[in-house]
Ligand binder design. Sequence first.
Ligand SMILES: C[S@@+](CC[C@H](N)C(=O)[O-])C[C@H]1O[C@@H](n2cnc3c(N)ncnc32)[C@H](O)[C@@H]1O
Length: 262
Amino acid sequence: MQVYPTPRTRNSGNPPAPPRMPAPTLDFKIAFLEGLLSQFGERPIRILDMGCGTAKDWPGILRSRPWVTYVGVEPNSKSRSVANELLHGLPAKVLAGWGEAMNAGESFDLTVSLSVLEHVKYLDPFLRASVAATRPGGTVVHRYDLGHSLYPASKYERLLVVVSRRMPWIVPASRFTSHLDPSRVARILGELGLSRVEVSYAQMYSLKQAMNRLSRIENGRELAERVLALDADVCRAVRPVVTDHEMAHLFPSVIVRGVREP
Ligand SMILES: C[S@@+](CC[C@H](N)C(=O)[O-])C[C@H]1O[C@@H](n2cnc3c(N)ncnc32)[C@H](O)[C@@H]1O
């Protein structure tokens, strides 16, 4: 049933190359974006994606929604060139630069950042730029990951988070990885003029591990949907009975959103 090949063992003594995993047709981030865009119906909307990386989740989404135009902003040139390839032929462009210094030259109906905020060294100007780029009445959504700090994947990552928090001046902006309190993000966005600021959580840690496998299985969409529904179900049940601190540990993907005052 799996579509990715088993790695071949080489005789050189080198470790086998990791298997090439096919792209997921559905995972937490794709489902999140699909749900978010469905709130805008089928009217033309302009989206700004700050820190778009390779924009890997967008081609399928844009193909199925020709009324959406997309602008990504990304400081890393390698990621940008992959993004340009992936988005070729779609109503999309990718601008070079840091989010806090961008000049997109237009205003957007929806401004997002995805898995970026925890890497942003200069948070206030980045958030200010996200609000400034959004039209009055438009929506700002920052989805970010507390997993790096709560569940570091390596000793290096653990150290990087500690140093980014305690001695940010010695960590270059391109490596910065920190722990970001959701209430701080919500407070800053409120002070910048967003109304209806909401914080929510998703991606139960163990379900994310399961999803990493299931979403790549051939015809695995239904399984992926069941994992997503289970995540939402557990999240709803747990939310009223645990603190924000516990919530972040259980569901380390944080979504902070609000609407720019008209
Ligand atoms: C983990 S990747 C996420 C990429 C993409 N948003 C996604 O969801 O696949 C984080 C990205 O944020 C970018 N980034 C970090 N700090 C940034 C900043 N201040 N402004 C814009 N992008 C930034 C990095 O270059 C990197 O591409």
